[in-house]
Design a protein around this ligand. Structure first.
Ligand SMILES: C[S@@+](CC[C@H](N)C(=O)[O-])C[C@H]1O[C@@H](n2cnc3c(N)ncnc32)[C@H](O)[C@@H]1O
Ligand code: SF4
Ligand code: SF4
Length: 338
């Protein structure tokens, strides 16, 4: 029977930093700027999720959406669609985003802090707050032992910078040993990881690398650290490690920030560099704050539309697959129709 539901709610769990906690979904509701619906406190106690309670509470949220009485965060959310719905007590998508430290300082990013100083007096407290608010490996083990995690689950790493999580390689190797082969890692690629290389060899890991520039100079302006050559060097090592059966994505990514990197020259150079270093895909977005502010000024929209069109043409010229992320895709489709 057709009903109004949200697929995210039915499939996902998102592990965020202490300030946000564990949520049912990671999306902002574009109609009211809310989102991140949190799981109730009594579901997660002493590093253990009570899965019976989790599914019971989630069911209530879904019933409320079906009855058109969703919680405020979900009201009128575009992710609610009318569809055939099967109740599902499995998790098919996990976002891991509980670390906030990062070795880059991108002009557009709000969710990061500089690496911690191990000699500082409050290091342990800071570590608990910004690096490891709970033991994620223990939680994943629990999910696997209780058969809650779908075998084909998509496991998505964000953050902060995932490769700075001290147990990152342990976490990746744990997932690989348990045959999860749909792992996506968002990284700035400053730090090389043997575990990622291993995962690419096993056709289990896709990479989304935030580069955001085509030249060293512009990269320095966006990322606010000198890492351009290092990032491409690491990327080349990863792309070389894929076998001929590799079916994942080795994707470089560009977030447009007006007046910083919004030129055809930078985009064209970014695509050439991506090709040269072995990318399979290139992705484009525009920074969230711009559209969250609903600042749809017409000249800006036209400019973004032209850059998207240019990006697609350049990617096609280089025979690279191209992806438009939701914000830029929204602009592109909005203007394509006119
Ligand atoms: C928060 S980062 C964390 C992972 C990693 N540090 C990285 O840069 O890929 C995850 C992704 O979000 C993107 N991102 C961060 N802030 C953004 C913003 N304000 N608007 C659009 N994308 C953003 C980054 O470009 C990156 O691709
Ligand atoms: S309705 Fe929207 S805000 Fe609510 S869980 Fe679904 S995607 Fe998240
Ligand atoms: S590298 Fe990622 S987490 Fe770090 S500042 Fe940039 S977007 Fe944010």
């Amino acid at each position: 029977m057709l009903c109004n539901v949200c697929e995210n709610l039915n499939n996902s769990i998102c592990f965020n930093a202490e300030s946000i906690g564990i949520t049912y979904c990671t999306l902002t509701n574009a109609t009211n700027g809310l989102g991140w619906p949190k799981i109730p406190n009594n579901v997660f106690v002493n590093n253990v999720i009570d899965w019976d309670k989790f599914f019971e509470e989630r069911k209530k949220e879904i019933e409320n959406i079906k009855n058109s009485t969703p919680r405020k965060e979900c009201e009128n959310c575009q992710q609610i669609t009318r569809q055939e719905y099967t109740e599902n007590n499995k998790i098919k998508y996990i976002l891991l985003s509980q670390w906030q430290v990062c070795n880059s300082d991108c002009v557009y990013c709000l969710g990061h802090i500089p690496p911690l100083d191990k000699t500082s007096q409050n290091y342990d407290e800071q570590y608990k707050k910004f690096v490891e608010p709970y033991d994620i490996i223990a939680i994943l083990k629990d999910m696997i032992s209780k058969d809650i995690l779908d075998k084909n689950a998509k496991i998505d790493f964000a953050g902060g910078e995932p490769t700075l999580y001290p147990r990152f390689d342990e976490l990746i190797n744990f997932l690989l040993d348990n045959n999860f082969n749909n792992i996506i890692i968002h990284t700035n690629n400053i730090q090389y990881s043997k575990a990622i290389e291993n995962g690419i060899k096993k056709n289990a890991i896709s990479l989304m690398i935030s580069i955001d520039a085509g030249s060293k100079k512009c990269h320095r302006i966006v990322k606010r650290v000198d890492s351009f050559n290092n990032v491409w060097h690491n990327f080349k090592k990863y792309t070389k490690s894929k076998t001929k059966d590799y079916s994942g994505k080795l994707c470089t990514k560009y977030v447009i920030v007006p007046d910083v990197n919004d030129s055809e020259k930078e985009i064209s150079e970014f695509i050439k560099q991506s090709k040269k270093h072995g990318a399979t895909h290139v992705a484009l977005n525009v920074y969230n704050q711009l559209l969250n502010n609903m600042n749809y000024e017409v000249n800006l929209l036209n400019h973004l539309y032209n850059l998207s069109e240019f990006f697609i043409k350049e990617a096609e010229k280089q025979k690279l697959n191209h992806i438009l992320f939701p914000n830029i895709s929204y602009v592109y489709t909005k203007l394509s129709k006119n």
